[in-house]
Write a protein that binds this ligand. Structure first.
Ligand code: GLN
Length: 319
């Protein structure tokens, strides 16, 4: 067993869960009306080890949309199908140091990295035009849904149509980004900007719970093999690249501080989720919709900091 005394581990995680519970720092995302309705009091944590030991605390079965937590996974899928050479012809590696939806391109006019909105829209374009070009839009959607279901061990994974429509109706910044990249000739030939953006909105609107999110994080921790079903969903070499980019850019423009203080590959989304990956050990998903200034769940950040205080999970703790 990777966590020999799981009972004791559970109690320690529960203590961290409780220590974060009473903070009411941050506020619910309000850039689209559907997210603004979320109850800010929710707080859930779920852990899943790479050998399938699990436990959850609090509101761990409340559905929330993945939002940016989908980004590492679509990037992983593109890497799996196209390889890093092709993918990184269209999207960079570097942290941007700027807000996730900044109307800005990086070196050589590429989107900075696949964890930014621009980079994720580009990844959607690669999937649409280079990988699944012969499929209908409906088939592409099903494929995506099934891929995310495999990552989450066939547990809770749904599509939230109202969030999707809200993204579509009010996502002016994302439309602007998509057009800006078109104007800069960023997309591969034969790609269609509108369907790429549509796919981006769809994956942002996929809904998980902390429980199913923890399995997704654990699939990354386990080099792409889902610890619940045993299915190899992503190649280990793709997961390696995904984790590297999560480490440098997964927490928006807090990524540098997060890497310094916590040191773990992680990804947050404005739906309130944070995915934490402890490579070779476990995945953790926290859920609280109260966001700090940069867009990260405030309780999720508190949890991660206390976690590395308690356990030697920071990669340089061993030095
Ligand atoms: N749907 C959100 C957006 O595109 C996702 C971004 C996020 O979670 N930061 O703005």
């Amino acid at each position: 067993l990777i966590v020999p005394n799981f009972e004791e581990f559970k109690q320690q995680i529960e203590a961290i869960y409780l220590a974060c519970k009473d903070s009411n720092r941050g506020k619910v995302a309000d850039y689209i009306p559907q997210l603004a309705k979320m109850n800010g009091d929710y707080w859930g944590v779920s852990v899943c080890s790479i050998d399938g030991q699990r436990h959850s605390f609090g509101d761990s079965s409340i559905p929330f949309t993945l939002q940016s937590c989908s980004k590492p996974f679509i990037y992983g899928l593109a890497l799996d199908r196209l390889g890093p050479e092709v993918v990184h012809r269209y999207v960079g590696f570097e942290p941007s140091g700027r807000i996730f939806n900044k109307l800005l391109l990086g070196e050589n006019n590429l989107p900075h990295n696949p964890m930014m909105n621009s980079g994720a829209i580009m990844v959607c374009s690669l999937l649409q035009s280079l990988t699944y070009q012969n499929l209908s839009l409906a088939e592409k959607f099903d494929l995506m849904l099934n891929y995310f279901r495999s990552l989450s061990g066939l547990e809770y994974l749904e599509f939230c149509n109202s969030v999707y429509m809200s993204e579509f109706e009010t996502g002016d910044r994302n439309f602007a980004l998509a057009h800006y990249m078109k104007d800069n000739k960023c997309y591969p030939e034969n790609s269609d900007m509108k369907t790429s953006l549509n796919l981006y909105f769809q994956v942002c609107s996929l809904e998980v719970t902390a429980e199913s999110g923890a399995v997704m994080a654990a699939t990354l921790a386990n080099a792409g093999e889902c610890p619940i079903t045993g299915e190899q969903v992503l190649k280990p070499e793709s997961v390696r690249d995904v984790l590297s980019v999560m480490q440098s850019s997964g927490m928006y423009d807090y990524s540098g501080r997060f890497s310094f203080r916590v040191g773990l590959p992680a990804k947050s989304g404005v739906g309130g989720g944070v995915l934490l990956v402890i490579p070779g050990v476990m995945g953790i998903c926290t859920f609280s919709p109260l966001l700090e200034e940069q867009g990260n769940s405030a309780k999720g950040l508190d949890f991660a900091k206390l976690l590395v205080k308690k356990f030697v999970f920071h990669p340089y703790d061993h030095i």
